[in-house]
Write a protein that binds this ligand. Structure first.
Ligand SMILES: [Ca+2]
Ligand SMILES: [Ca+2]
Ligand SMILES: [Ca+2]
Ligand SMILES: [Ca+2]
Length: 287
């Protein structure tokens, strides 16, 4: 009998512990739901959220409970919520999209609380949307690396900080070791390095005494002359200086209302260093 009483007491204690644990779990967030973090620099309507409620599978008999009523009751437990508009109702699965006003100082925290409500598919700030920036050169939209979910280089944010916020106006010279560069191209001509001492010096004389005669805009190591754009074709029929021109464009095509827009479209000068002959290549020793 004593053993039975001891066992009974042990079961009661065990149940007590289990009960306490279950109660405690009610106060922690569901670890299966990924925490939402407000994106940096996000712009959104203040104190507003969009919430998608999809009650599929929550009710044994959907006719028993109105999903809309259930969501309203659940939302009341989170915060002071006011319906602004019901944006859509899917009659097939009962899902509802609502625009809500939430009286809160901490929208991120409130969104994370709402995400714990059973049946809530997503909650997010009511983000502000803007028309695509039309201030770019026409081929900007074809420059896929600028806006690509996999390889996105986030260049627009960099432009905003460097150019619009005037962080740096220091000019940088970038040497392009490649084929020649079309230094007369409308997108490049203003962003080509110019050796001032040779421009204003004497022709056929090495004015700056650097070993290269009349090296006004880089040097052609392939032919050992000062014409970095020879506009010739190689044995495959390919223009010999197209690759270097393309590379220079990616770096420094001007923001000038035509063509493409380089990653560094201002405050950069390209120094063409030609040593490759189109697809025929070049050798390192040339340099
Ligand atoms: Ca020189
Ligand atoms: Ca000269
Ligand atoms: Ca040349
Ligand atoms: Ca351009």
């Amino acid at each position: 009998m004593r053993k039975i009483i001891s066992l009974f007491i042990a079961i009661i204690i065990l149940l007590g512990i289990v009960h306490i644990n279950i109660f405690a779990e009610g106060n922690v967030q569901n670890e299966n739901i990924e925490m939402f973090s407000m994106p940096q620099d996000a712009k959104y309507a203040e104190n507003e959220v969009l919430i998608q409620y999809s009650p599929v599978g929550m009710f044994a008999d959907e006719s028993d409970v109105s999903p809309e009523l259930m969501m309203s009751e659940n939302l009341e437990s989170v915060s002071s919520v006011e319906l602004i508009d019901t944006l859509s109702v899917d009659k097939e699965d009962g899902s509802i999209l609502k625009q809500l006003h939430v009286e809160t100082e901490d929208l991120e925290k409130t969104i994370n609380e709402m995400r714990q409500i059973p049946g809530v598919e997503y909650v997010e700030p009511n983000y502000k949307l803007y028309v695509a920036n039309t201030d770019y050169d026409p081929n900007f939209t074809k420059q896929w690396a600028y806006n690509n979910p996999v390889y996105n280089i986030n260049v627009e944010n960099v432009w905003e900080k460097v150019y619009n916020d005037n962080i740096s106006k220091t000019e940088t010279i970038v040497a392009v070791l490649d084929t020649g560069v079309d230094i007369y191209h409308e997108d490049l001509k203003d962003n080509i390095f110019k050796n001032q001492e040779e421009i204003y010096g004497n022709t056929e004389k090495d004015d700056d005494n650097n070993g290269f005669v009349d090296d006004i805009a880089g040097w052609d190591f392939l032919n050992n002359d000062n014409t970095v754009y020879d506009n010739t074709t190689d044995s495959t029929g390919e223009k010999t200086d197209s690759h270097g021109t393309h590379v220079a464009g990616i770096i420094a095509a001007a923001k000038n209302g035509v063509g493409m827009q380089g990653v560094a479209y201002e405050n950069v000068k390209i120094l063409p260093v030609k040593f490759i002959a189109g697809k025929e290549g070049g050798i390192f020793q040339t340099l």
